[in-house]
Design a protein around this ligand. Structure first.
Ligand code: 9UX
Length: 72
């Protein structure tokens, strides 16, 4: 089943940051689509919840040196 999630992303300071995160997220197994917006410091993702999870996506963003939190 595909699930959608919006995240606040912390620590992005230039457009290359958002592009970098977006590329890495879109390569993850189970990712359907990921878009990262620098101006709003947020990300929207759609993923196959049988393969991926919110925790894995947030961990990946943290691995890149940023932080993220699911919007509630
Ligand atoms: Mo821009 Mo982001 O030089 O880590 S890529 S600040």
């Amino acid at each position: 089943r595909n699930e959608k999630m919006d995240l606040d992303v912390f620590g992005m300071t230039c457009a290359a940051c958002s592009t970098r995160i977006e590329k890495v997220l879109n390569k993850m197994d189970g990712m359907v689509s990921a878009t990262v917006n620098l101006a709003t410091e947020s990300a929207s993702v759609e993923f196959n919840s049988a393969v991926l999870s919110a925790d894995k996506i947030i961990s990946k963003i943290q691995d890149l040196g940023y932080d993220a939190k699911e919007k509630v």
